[in-house]
Write a protein that binds this ligand. Sequence first.
Ligand code: NAP
Length: 255
Amino acid sequence: MNRVKDKVAIVTGGSLGIGRSASILLAKEGAKVAVTDILDTEGNALAEEIKAMGFVAEFWHLDTSNEANVREVLFNIGEKFGGIDILVNNAGISGINKPTDEITYEEWNAVLKINVNGVFLCTKYVIPFMKAAGGGSIINMSSVYGLVGAADIPPYHASKGAVRLMSKTDAMFYAKDRIRVNSVHPGFINTPMVQNFLKPMTDPKEGLKLLESLHPVGHLGEPDDIGYGILYLASDEAKFITGSELVIDGGYTAR
Ligand code: NAP
């Protein structure tokens, strides 16, 4: 019940999928959770759901790619909850799925703007709060696509590779401030992102089978499979872990 008791946690992209799972698990383990997202209806509903369970959560509209919005919302969360100890940089999009030579510069930048710049902005503005608190934990959502290649979604691969190394660099910068920074690398997880990835395929059922076959365990992961990893890295149980890569992928990268 108390793995992150009284800590203040921000989850970006917290309304759906992995962020939703992380928000619920962190709240159940005692954190005050700021659920943030661009999806207001789902985010508000989740905060109410968490409160109805007897835990602490509030929703804030936050577009991680908008610097003014990030600065203002992090300030408001810090004021409301009395500091910030945990940041889950989870918001991300899969973006356009075309070969590199067919992608426009705008399509490329649209992915990097959220998946890379969003992580940068939230990290930049949370650091002063964590320094003031005497430490903290930043968890950055990368992917197996940040570790190995595949012949699809090139800007997504670039973005998740960047997030992996941003995590290590920040781990080095802020170790002296007792701020830990780690990346999480999920395989394919059954979330709206993956459902939307399959939907436009001519045969989504076959597409799902193909995705499942990429994982030696034979199936996709569930959001809680990642949520529990995030919870662990957020907690003091992981106090000696920084700059590391937590791979949770059903064996996808084991080959
Ligand atoms: P999801 O189901 O699409 O949920 C992500 C949430 O983030 C959505 O509510 C989304 O809103 C929101 N969002 C998008 N852009 C945002 C922005 N600029 N600011 C704030 N929120 C924003 O995604 P997920 O599958 O849970 O993935 C979460 C993270 O894990 C992502 O970083 C993803 O790349 C990573 N990941 C996922 C998988 C997987 O298989 N699912 C695997 C590896 C890594 P919209 O729906 O309006 O976009």
